[in-house]
Design a protein around this ligand. Structure first.
Ligand code: ZN
Length: 285
């Protein structure tokens, strides 16, 4: 009897040891924002665990890291971040977890400089693919034995990004008024790729209230450019535009610079959502 109990105990020990041990072997990577997370997840496949830091509906500019955010990325050995002032809080995660910090936008330094230090690169699919490439290279240096796997995943993912982007570029041709007003300065790279023109930004710097004088200037831009729609962001109520709506009778719709994993489940969804929102604003299906 004793023998049976002992062997049952040994079997139990083996069983409980096996499965968690396998999971622990996987390297974990924390990624700051949704678009980069989508890329990392697709390129990593089942070889690397990928966790997203920024909760849905949160602005990376005003985000403060909480203990529950850290809990979500616990065990991460690397932190992938966009950089150039967008998500500097990545450094705090790296300190707390003793994880290596990796800026995936290094190759875009010159682009950033020539665009007034704007860090929202991913909204131009060409620049996003540069970030994807950096993610792939990082995975290869972490886990060189699986190089071929990451290369193939990267190729498949980048093909789908290109295909969707070109399709959306075709769609964007149908937008008659290419002059757009956005909530914050997230869309210049998007505009560049899709042939749009950002003529105004409501919130000049993140979290700073728009003054009556700035509102007056925006209203002038609306008039001059025959604008019928202004765009807010998911975390903002439509009321932020109430003065402008009352004065100029414009519609308020939402553009999403980040995606949220719920209604916008992938990078491709994000691009599609924004092009369709602009078309919808013009009454085009
Ligand atoms: Zn931003």
């Amino acid at each position: 009897m004793k023998k049976i109990i002992v062997s049952a105990f040994v079997i139990l020990l083996i069983l409980t040891n096996c499965s968690p041990a396998k999971k622990e072997n996987k390297t974990k990577v924390a990624v700051t924002i949704f678009p980069l997370y989508d890329a990392a997840k697709n390129i990593a496949g089942d070889k690397i665990e990928v966790a997203l830091v920024l909760p849905s509906g949160t602005s990376p500019h005003t985000f403060t890291l909480s203990p529950s955010d850290l809990k979500r990325v616990e065990g991460a050995k690397y932190v992938f971040y966009n950089g150039f002032g967008l998500d500097d809080w990545a450094a705090k995660i790296s300190e707390n977890l003793n994880a290596k910090l990796l800026n995936v936008s290094i190759s875009l330094e010159e682009v950033c400089k020539s665009h007034n230090n704007n860090p929202h690169f991913w909204l131009n699919p060409d620049y996003f693919l540069k970030q994807c490439e950096a993610i792939k290279e990082s995975f290869i240096s972490m886990d060189p034995l699986n190089k071929q796997y990451y290369v193939e995943n990267f190729q498949r993912y980048s093909e789908s990004v290109k295909e969707n982007a070109l399709k959306m570029k075709e769609e964007a041709i149908r937008i008659t008024n290419k002059n757009i007003i956005t909530f914050h300065d997230a869309f210049p790279y998007f505009a560049e790729y899709f042939g749009l023109n950002i003529v105004g930004v409501f919130e000049e710097s993140p979290g700073k209230l728009t003054t009556p004088k700035q509102i007056e200037e925006i209203e002038k831009v609306i008039e001059e450019n025959n604008i019928k729609v202004v765009f807010k962001e998911p975390q903002e109520p439509a009321e932020i535009y109430k003065t402008i709506v009352a004065d100029k009778n414009v519609k308020v719709l939402t553009l999403n610079p980040l995606g949220d994993g719920e209604n916008i489940k992938s990078y491709n969804d994000l691009i599609k959502y924004n092009i369709e929102a602009i078309l919808y604003g013009e009454g085009i299906d």
